[in-house]
Design a protein around this ligand. Structure first.
Ligand SMILES: Cc1cc2nc3c(=O)[nH]c(=O)nc-3n(C[C@H](O)[C@H](O)[C@H](O)COP(=O)(O)O)c2cc1C
Length: 287
């Protein structure tokens, strides 16, 4: 493809990097990357986020010990923990006698979540542009509460995601994506029939995301389907997979990977973690 400029090339050719060389990411390089990321758009130009730079063996091992991290964290030279941070701004508001409801407002949380991720993505693009690579690690959501004492997170600071980065060991494969024709609807939402969606997703994944028909996989799929939709649905899931000769990518995604019954059970813990971080809006106060 003839790219119109280097930025478009960088965006088209990006891919998550999960294996890094030992090459050091210098302080200067990381500063350039992070400063570039912090130039991102942010609601009201408030930047309600903090990034914790993790390089020490001790902190990497503490993260590994939570059981919710892949070994990427151990092997990457640098990992960045992105946190929503209203703590800093609340202190600024208080000292200047401004009214402050930053931890009582869902709107503030919603905006800060977006701001944090937008900065993270700018940082990932800056990383790619310098010939390094990165990967998001969303599994922090399985150990929110353990991260609080580990990183001294005060009230109003909530961990969102880790980005591990470094120099790539090998160039990663570019994953197929849905693009303009599939993603854009013109002027209003257009409902698409299930067959068209299925074709679109098959074109995207092929059989790459399917899973083998092992006893273990079938049992897991059956259990997840039964718990959320009942026995008939579970039996139909298994029959479908057996007829296909493999676990369908959609079944793998929601029956084996993001396991439907476990994901649903996690809702309460998720909300409790937000409450534990001092966000009072979660208690549903109405004014
Ligand atoms: C919010 C978020 C969380 C992610 N969490 C993980 C993760 O825990 N482990 C991992 O290996 N990749 C993770 N990824 C990377 C995705 O798996 C990856 O972006 C996706 O497979 C598409 O591949 P690509 O980035 O190479 O285009 C995450 C990506 C995002 C945006």
């Amino acid at each position: 493809m003839n790219y119109p400029n280097e930025i478009i090339k960088c965006l088209y050719e990006r891919a998550s990097v999960r294996s890094f060389t030992n090459q050091e990411v210098t302080k200067e390089t990381l500063r350039t990357i992070i400063d570039a990321g912090c130039h991102a758009a942010t609601g009201g130009n408030l930047q309600p986020y903090t990034i914790i730079e993790i390089r020490s063996k001790e902190k990497k091992e503490a993260l590994m010990a939570t059981g919710c991290m892949q070994s990427i964290v151990r092997n990457a030279p640098v990992s960045l923990l992105f946190c929503i941070d209203w703590h800093r701004i609340e202190k600024w508001a208080k000292i200047n006698h401004a009214p402050h409801v930053l931890l009582e407002s869902y709107r503030h949380f919603w905006i800060a979540f977006q701001d944090t991720i937008i900065a993270a993505q700018n940082i990932c693009t800056a990383t790619d542009s310098l010939g390094l690579g990165s990967v998001y690690l969303g599994t922090v959501e399985s150990c929110f509460d353990e991260l609080r004492p580990m990183f001294n997170l005060p009230n109003g600071v909530f961990p969102v995601v880790i980005v591990s980065l470094g120099y790539p060991n090998k160039l990663p494969e570019i994953a197929p994506k849905l693009l303009y024709d599939e993603i854009v609807h013109h002027e209003s939402y257009q409902t698409i029939d299930a067959d068209t969606i299925d074709k679109m997703m098959t074109k995207k994944y092929g059989n790459k995301k399917s899973a083998p028909l092992t006893e273990k996989n079938l049992l897991k799929l059956y259990k997840a389907s039964k718990e959320v939709h009942g026995e008939d649905y579970a039996n139909a899931s298994i029959t479908y997979a057996k007829e296909l000769g493999h676990i369908h990518p959609a079944q793998r995604y929601f029956g084996l990977h993001y396991v439907a019954n476990e994901i649903r059970q996690g809702n309460k813990e998720f909300l409790d973690s937000i409450r534990l971080a001092g966000f009072d809006w979660i208690n549903g106060t109405s004014y």
